[in-house]
Ligand binder design. Structure first.
Ligand SMILES: C[S@@+](CC[C@H](N)C(=O)[O-])C[C@H]1O[C@@H](n2cnc3c(N)ncnc32)[C@H](O)[C@@H]1O
Length: 328
């Protein structure tokens, strides 16, 4: 269901407490119209009229209210991704700090077509604030795109690279097509949806714009809800979304090979530790680097790279323990 109304009033009226699995949303940025066009670096032909901005003076209060509603409607364990420029980021961060939502990541989305400026650096990124509601285990499909042992051409882990918090994803160039002021690319939306939801989950966008979140959610076999206050955009897009075949993008997804680290998370027994240390010595004596020896051992023992490293470092130097592990 989609509603042509203000998201704060709409959420109060139509969305029960604890009913939404995932919110992905891109609120108005609180910058005035002319600057907005420059900000998006494009000409205004084909852009749907009537994009509603929030005046600067009201931005803090407006943000506090819609984020309060978002917190209420999320299920315990539900996730929220908020896309924001830098201008009013502080208000979004302040409002999030006033909720019980837990910060998972502050993602930087780097895109192409930055706004050309000659007297300062060119702005070509957005912030994406990824938070979860406490109370249940959040959905995080660690291997949504890559298995634990797929490697890039230079030997790095594709899974690791895909889960870094700087995302380089190009905007879609749609010459001649009717669009909203700021349409999020499918690849960006798919990434958030596939990591943080499962088929049939309910996904909500408080600021639908071109309905991009809802369209990708439906195409990935999820259900969608949302609000858009601009009647022109709403009436145009509500017809378009009927053309999306539920689940149609699922067939296009690449099949992720099975994981090889089948012992990940299990505790080590003393024999295994002794064998790992023996094997490590043999590999190093045969001329392998520490990194490649650990990679071989990780495959052999079905263990993650870091847990093998911990075993090795626990004996080869006194300061064992991996300082790069974040338990959040
Ligand atoms: C940045 S755009 C969203 C773009 C969208 N993510 C997309 O991919 O097309 C923000 C949208 O919020 C709408 N909007 C502004 N105030 C609103 C409100 N109070 N309730 C619902 N929608 C609102 C604007 O009209 C605009 O379409």
């Amino acid at each position: 269901m989609f509603y042509n109304c203000d998201c704060i009033e709409g959420a109060k009226k139509y969305l029960p407490d604890n009913s939404i699995d995932l919110i992905i949303t891109d609120p108005p940025y609180g910058i005035d119209g002319n600057k907005l066009d420059k900000h998006y670096n494009r000409n205004e032909n084909n852009v749907i009229e009537g994009y509603v901005e929030i005046p600067k003076s009201e931005y803090a209060d407006f943000t506090e209210k819609w984020i309060g509603q978002a917190e209420r409607v999320l299920k315990p364990g539900g996730s929220i991704y908020i896309v924001s420029g830098y201008t009013n980021l502080r208000h979004i961060l302040n409002s999030l700090a006033n909720t019980k939502l837990i910060e998972k990541n502050h993602i930087i989305w780097k895109y192409n077509f930055g706004v050309y400026t000659s007297k300062k650096f060119i702005s070509s990124h957005y912030h994406i604030l990824y938070y979860v509601k406490p109370g249940e285990k959040p959905t995080f499909n660690t291997f949504a795109f890559y298995s634990d042992s797929e490697k890039s051409a230079n030997g790095g882990s594709l899974n690791y690279q895909d889960r870094e918090d700087v995302w380089i994803i190009n905007r879609e160039y749609k010459p001649g097509k009717i669009k909203n002021k700021n349409e999020l690319p499918k690849a960006l939306l798919s990434k958030m949806i596939l990591y943080s939801s499962n088929p049939n989950d309910l996904i909500c966008d408080f600021f639908l714009g071109s309905f991009a979140t809802a369209k990708v959610a439906i195409a990935l076999g999820r259900k969608a809800r949302g609000f858009e206050i601009n009647s022109d955009a709403f009436l145009y897009q509500i017809k378009q979304i009927k053309n999306i075949q539920p689940g149609c993008m699922l067939d296009e997804l690449r099949e992720v090979p099975p994981n090889k680290m089948t012992n990940r998370g299990k505790s080590f027994n003393s024999n295994e530790i002794i064998n790992i240390l023996k094997d490590f010595k043999i590999l190093i004596n045969s001329g392998q680097t520490k990194k490649s020896a650990i990679n071989s051992l990780s495959e052999k023992y079905g263990r993650g790279y870091w847990s093998i490293l911990k075993i090795i470092d626990g004996t080869t130097n006194k300061s064992s323990g991996n300082k790069n592990i974040d338990t959040n």
